[in-house]
Design a protein around this ligand. Structure first.
Ligand code: HEC
Length: 209
């Protein structure tokens, strides 16, 4: 225990020190926060993952023999979105040739016939109608501007090709028509097939073909 006298003396020494400390911290806070932006890195006592070793895009690397920091995917890599374990759904073909009908598993996956048609119609208008036009006769806006006119979907030959062949046509392209596998996912391609079939059933005939 301190004696009464020495306690008093201690308080006399401490008081100015506490005042000075409060003044320093308070004054520093006021002077320090002037709304200015600082380019200095912030002071982080616990840095965690603030700083992580990484390469800038296109930069070189001494680690790899070819000096490129940007690596190619491992050979055989395929996208998870594009992965399809069912060969018929992925290609429109079975060992006997083109699938005659849209695989039923695909119809289920698309939520049934009505949903599939609705989706297919929406996608058709985006991806096909610019050339094939909304009714499929092949007089789309792009054709009016000079591109080769595609055949009408209402021709007998195209009315009778299997569903799988329609799918493969969208997937791989045909002669002067480009492939759409990169833009249109597998399920949407099948949905478009169902919509083309529906268009063909509307039975545009004669002159309009
Ligand atoms: C940029 C214009 C263009 C777009 C977009 C386009 N096509 Fe075509 N399509 C063509 C042309 C041109 C042909 C004729 C190709 C040829 O015979 O050289 C064709 C041909 C076809 C054929 C006939 C194939 C055959 O066996 O003769 C089908 C079916 C077809 N397209 C479906 C589609 C579908 C479905 C879409 C939408 C996913 C689509 N096309 C998008 C231009 C287009």
């Amino acid at each position: 225990m301190l004696s009464l006298a020495s306690e008093k003396r201690l308080r006399m020494v401490m008081a100015p020190l506490v005042v000075a400390l409060v003044a320093a911290v308070g004054g520093g806070a006021i002077v320090g926060c002037r709304g200015e932006i600082s380019a200095d890195p912030p002071i982080l006592p616990i840095r965690n993952m603030w700083r992580v070793a990484r390469y800038n895009p296109q930069s070189t690397s001494d680690y790899f023999p070819d000096q490129r920091s940007m690596r190619l995917p491992v050979e055989g890599t395929m996208s998870r979105e594009g992965y399809q374990d069912n060969a018929e759904i992925a290609t429109g073909r079975t060992s006997e040739g083109y699938s005659l009908m849209i695989p039923s598993r695909m119809v289920d996956q698309l939520g049934g016939t009505a949903e599939m048609l609705a989706r297919g119609g929406e996608r058709f208008k985006i991806f096909c109608a610019p050339c094939h036009d909304l009714s499929g006769t092949g007089n789309g806006m792009v054709v009016k501007r000079g591109l080769q006119k595609p055949p009408s979907f209402h021709e007998d030959r195209l009315r009778h090709i299997p569903d799988g062949q329609l799918f493969a046509t969208i997937t791989n392209g045909v002669r002067n028509m480009a492939a759409y596998s990169a833009q249109i996912p597998i399920a949407d391609r099948w949905a478009i097939v169902s919509y083309v079939r529906a268009l063909q059933l509307t039975g545009i005939s004669g002159e309009q073909k």
